[in-house]
Write a protein that binds this ligand. Structure first.
Ligand SMILES: O=C(O)CC1=CCC(=O)O1
Length: 274
């Protein structure tokens, strides 16, 4: 680690406790006073960003948080919309007095980032949307998944989810890591997971994406089967001036199976080299 690990921190927002970390890395202004806000995907907590954070601490401060229903954050008592998830992130930024940041959102985290950038363009210097789209899956896919988790638990879906999360070569070379992430998924709050599936199922952000005025990079793993390169291209077409990059040999979670390539793309984009 190149940074000082901070203590576990919790904040009450919108009636829920949110687990977050604010890593202040700079003792200077040479790093451009940047802050990166990371928003994670369905069934994961903010540990997925560890390798990327290790690299990006050279370039700015870091804010990580577990979205509602995930990690050590509370689960809402009833159904949440993606706007509610965005409200939590916005409340966290306000609490930390962060007036401008670079949002990096993965999958549903990328959908939340689209809402934030559309709502508050002046708060976002740049937007990095990883393996996401304005619409992910369809009603049938999400209802089937919800039914499986409700009826048979996480073990009924976790094998196929792992196939989508990580590339074939990562499965071969890092079976222990895959097993660890399977544990992460299976230990997610069941109702938090189901509420997030419902929020994704019910969202179509095409209009939101069309209104984004923040400079945006969309990246996707070449082997991503959840949000395929073609899906992500369809998002790129909606966001004015958005750039597009494929992470070769990666699947749905490049911050885990290809953190160096993902970090390179982020660094090039923030330095206007993409
Ligand atoms: O779990 C998956 O299949 C991948 C995914 C879809 C939305 C999300 O956040 O992750």
């Amino acid at each position: 680690m190149t940074y000082q690990q901070t203590q576990m921190t919790f904040l009450k927002v919108n009636g829920l406790v949110l687990h977050y970390q604010h890593i202040r890395t700079r003792s200077n202004s040479q790093r451009g006073n940047r802050t990166f806000l990371f928003i994670n995907s369905l069934g994961t907590d903010f540990r997925i960003w560890t390798d990327v954070v290790d690299i990006l601490t050279e370039f700015g401060d870091i804010v990580l948080f577990d979205k509602r229903g995930h990690g050590l954050s509370s689960t809402a008592p009833s159904q949440s919309t993606l706007d509610d998830f965005a409200d939590d992130a916005e409340a966290l930024l306000n609490h930390l007095s962060i007036s401008k940041c670079i949002a990096i959102g993965l999958s549903v985290g990328g959908m939340i980032a689209q809402i934030l950038a559309c709502r508050r363009p002046s708060k976002f210097e740049k937007l990095i949307l990883c393996d996401t789209c304005h619409k992910i899956g369809n009603v049938q896919i999400w209802n089937d998944r919800i039914k499986a988790v409700k009826g048979h638990g996480f073990s009924s879906i976790s094998g196929s989810v792992m196939q989508r999360w990580f590339s074939e070569s990562f499965h071969k070379t890092n079976p222990e890591t895959v097993a660890g992430y399977r544990n992460m998924l299976e230990r997610t709050s069941k109702s938090g997971y189901i509420q997030t599936c419902e929020a994704i199922r019910d969202a179509n952000l095409a209009e939101v994406a069309r209104q984004i005025k923040v400079a945006t990079l969309c990246v996707v793993g070449s082997e991503d089967k959840s949000t395929t390169p073609d899906d992500v291209k369809s998002l790129v077409e909606l966001i004015r001036g958005a750039k597009f990059q494929v992470i070769e040999g990666s699947a749905h979670i490049p911050c885990v199976d290809n953190p160096y390539k993902l970090s390179r793309a982020i660094i090039d984009f923030i330095n206007d080299k993409l």
